[in-house]
Write a protein that binds this ligand. Structure first.
Ligand SMILES: Cc1cc2nc3c(=O)[nH]c(=O)nc-3n(C[C@H](O)[C@H](O)[C@H](O)COP(=O)(O)OP(=O)(O)OC[C@H]3O[C@@H](n4cnc5c(N)ncnc54)[C@H](O)[C@@H]3O)c2cc1C
Ligand SMILES: C[S@@+](CC[C@H](N)C(=O)[O-])C[C@H]1O[C@@H](n2cnc3c(N)ncnc32)[C@H](O)[C@@H]1O
Length: 694
């Protein structure tokens, strides 16, 4: 008997160039095997899918031998077309555990245009009980998919990283390139082995396109291997076009032949006729390309600032085998912006297709997955309600409905009755509800992050300058504080270093108020956000806030700010508020700290620009904003930045630490190229040049 599962569609893109993305539409045969009802093809061999994977992809990329020979602390990248049920990923993961060094990392990047929905994934993976230990972890982490996008999942303390890119194969892989300009393809992070899966070329010719093979070329190096179940002419031709030397070998099961391939040493030279390119390029300026692809033999980093940004950067590097020294000027970590007792895990969603919207969505999803196994130690997954408390919020929530209609795991659209039920107190507004969010104590989180044998926290020492040395960088001229890599993660104080003083950092004062729980307020079960926010009581106190004051430096608690915080809760919680409103505001406690923001409200994460060299190289942008400048960006080798998390540090910092670690280790990024560039700290120099401000 064959049964079709319902295929759903989401995210009708407003961009006519983008195809719609659909969930996979499956039929299940009498043996319980999935088949694509659209492509009329199988997901894996009916003889034995797992054995097929081992034969075609693992064996013919010679993974066991290559992984046994890997040195310590390196990473290896597999890229796949068509994630499907994740069987290839799980088989590679299983082999990695028995062959690769404990300290090495597997990056598995897979592009999928028609992802399985979670129920189908569970059903398909039930076919492989021998992989259950791994498949259950994949099922638990499988993301809620909202149209095209990147999902980075991390398993076994970061030993295994899956980057699932929802997109067409060619478009998805092109987003991993540092630039689409092939002249600079050597600066993109490279793939070590390709798994060219995807339905048979006869049934799915669109995928096996010239664009796909062009990307494969640009993401490959001498020694990169490829294997595919198909020996069709279009695949042979494509692989040759991409510069591979190919060989036909015996296929699996009933398949007579398959292809294995290797990229020879000289393949980069002939592919693109470079001189023709130089005169008439249509590519944008390549200011974002960092040519420092140093593989640091001495994996030691100094990080300045032990708030959320510094601690999460330290953890991301330590998980990659780096020794980290984390410097903090205060006597305790997380004692400035990251020191409030309760912060809300939240990021504003948008229906628009712009960098801020993509970054908010990706970072929120990444953060929820990152915190999923830590909640008990850092806060509470109470869910977060964002009330439609004013006209503009009501309009926004209506606009979000289309895009997020099928994303219940991420966000739900609830009536005021349902919102009241969730909150445990009466509310008079409809709302959006984030069931997998909650409140976090950032200091506890920071403690967890730095609790790693490779992280050494040094408190009570302020960094006042950073100098270049022969082997990297030195802080305060102190020979004890030297390393090839330095990360500046000291929020608004980054403006005091010579190398980063050009950044347009804004400091915003904020005050939170601690409200003693009352009999009525103890009923609050979820974080409630309107103009301000209130978290459920912890140890008898609700943290509520927060005020925003630009250009104010006072660290004193202010009664009028407590008043503002209460005022911002008036609309949703009028009845509850009475007891607090009638109390003496002078007796209320709270806390003041300073947010660090940048003019476009995105963080600055990545290499630090060599300001004079950058201004010199890209000077012609002053006259012509679209000038094609045949030069790469100029960056200070080994100096990086992670600041500007504004009011969203809990959502932003886990992903930003991962992005930074990818920069430093030359790994595939967890986000698309355009977003990497949108976060690049050098963007402000380039914008200033274009506006003729420098
Ligand atoms: C009132 C308020 C409420 C907030 N509420 C929320 C919320 O609900 N949810 C949310 O997600 N975010 C919230 N935020 C934002 C969040 O707290 C920040 O985004 C986050 O803490 C930023 O982390 P950071 O590590 O960049 O900065 P910080 O936590 O400020 O860390 C920087 C560290 O660098 C140290 N440092 C500075 N200079 C030096 C130096 N020269 N040498 C050595 N050390 C140095 C500082 O002492 C500090 O510890 C709030 C912020 C405020 C102020
Ligand atoms: C044979 S299945 C892959 C099986 C999968 N590797 C596994 O381990 O289960 C082929 C996959 O390619 C995907 N696919 C088809 N066309 C695609 C395209 N143009 N871009 C990306 N993925 C595509 C299909 O949706 C399907 O999941």
């Amino acid at each position: 008997m064959v049964r079709a599962s319902a295929g759903r569609i989401w995210s009708v893109s407003s961009n006519p160039c983008q195809d719609q993305i659909h969930y996979a539409q499956l039929n299940w045969d009498e043996d319980g095997q999935p088949l694509s009802s659209v492509f009329g093809d199988v997901y894996f061999s009916r003889v034995n899918g797992l054995e097929e994977t081992r034969h075609v992809f693992l064996q013919h990329n010679q993974l066991a031998q290559r992984w046994e020979a890997l040195p310590e602390k390196v990473h290896f990248v597999i890229a796949e077309t068509g994630f499907g049920s994740g069987l290839n990923f799980l088989a590679a993961w299983e082999l990695w555990l028995t062959t690769a060094p404990r300290s090495a990392q597997l990056h598995f990047v897979s592009v999928e245009k028609f992802p399985l929905d979670k129920n189908d994934l569970i059903r398909a993976l039930a076919l492989w009980p021998e992989l259950e230990f791994l498949s259950q972890q994949l099922i638990d982490a499988y993301p809620c998919i909202v149209g095209e996008g990147f999902h980075r999942l991390s398993f076994m303390d970061g030993r295994i990283k899956l980057t699932l890119i929802i997109n067409d194969a060619a478009r998805g892989f092109s987003k991993l390139l540092t630039t689409t300009d092939p002249l600079y393809s050597q600066y993109s992070a490279k793939v070590d082995a390709w798994f060219l899966d995807g339905f048979a070329p006869s049934k799915n010719p669109q995928m096996w396109s010239e664009d796909l093979f062009s990307c494969i070329h640009q993401l490959s190096n001498a020694g990169t291997s490829a294997a595919t179940f198909s020996a069709a002419a279009i695949v042979k031709k494509g692989l040759k076009f991409a510069g591979f030397a190919i060989e036909k070998v015996t296929g699996f099961g009933r398949k007579r032949e398959m292809l294995k391939a290797i990229m020879p040493n000289n393949s980069q030279d002939y592919f693109y006729p470079q001189p023709a390119y130089k005169s008439a390029s249509t590519f944008p300026s390549s200011w974002s390309i960092n040519t420092n692809l140093d593989i640091y033999p001495d994996k030691h980093a100094l990080i300045i600032g032990a708030g959320l940004a510094g601690c999460s950067s330290a953890r991301a590097l330590a998980e990659r085998g780096w020794k980290v020294t984390l410097l903090e000027r205060n006597n305790a970590i997380a004692s400035e912006a990251s020191g409030n007792p309760q912060g809300v895990l939240y990021a504003k969603l948008s229906y628009k297709e712009e960098a801020q919207a993509e970054f908010n969505l990706t970072s929120l999803q990444f953060a929820q997955s990152f915190y999923s196994s830590h909640w008990a130690n850092i806060g509470k997954k109470t869910g977060v309600l964002q009330l439609a408390h004013c006209d503009s919020e009501q309009v926004l929530q209506t606009q979000l409905q289309e895009k997020f209609a099928a994303a219940d795991e991420l966000v739900q659209f609830v009536s005021c009755t349902k919102a009241s039920e969730i909150a445990g107190v009466p509310l008079s507004f409809n709302a959006i509800y984030f069931p997998n969010a909650g409140w976090i104590n950032p200091a506890k989180l920071c403690e967890q992050l730095v609790s790693h044998p490779l992280i050494n926290v040094v408190t009570g020492i302020a960094a006042f300058n950073i100098q270049r040395t022969e082997h990297g960088w030195c802080i305060n001229n102190d020979r004890e504080l030297q390393a090839p890599v330095v990360i500046i993660a000291n929020a608004r104080d980054a403006q005091h270093f010579e190398q980063t003083q050009h950044l347009p950092i804004k400091s915003i004062r904020g005050q939170v108020t601690y409200l003693p729980a009352t009999i009525a307020s103890k009923e609050i079960k979820t974080v409630i956000c309107s103009e301000g926010y209130i978290a459920p009581a912890s140890a008898g106190i609700h943290c509520t806030g927060a005020t925003f004051n630009l250009k104010e430096e006072s660290k004193e608690l202010r009664v009028e700010d407590h008043q503002t915080n209460l005022e911002n809760l008036r609309e949703p919680l009028q009845e509850l508020l009475a007891e607090w409103e009638n109390s003496d505001k002078h007796s209320l406690d709270g806390r003041v700290a300073f947010r660090c923001t940048l003019p476009d409200y995105l963080p600055a994460v990545g290499p630090v620009a060599d300001e004079p060299a950058m201004l010199h190289s890209f000077a012609s942008l002053r006259k012509n904003a679209r000038a094609f400048i045949q030069d790469t960006g100029k960056y200070l080798p080994g100096l990086y930045l992670n600041i500007g998390h504004g009011s969203r540090g809990l959502a932003y910092t886990p992903l930003c630490a991962e992005i930074l670690a990818a920069h430093i280790n030359n790994e595939p990024q967890p986000i698309a190229r355009d977003l990497v560039n949108a976060l690049n700290p050098a963007r402000f120099l380039i914008r200033d040049l274009i506006k003729n401000k420098r």
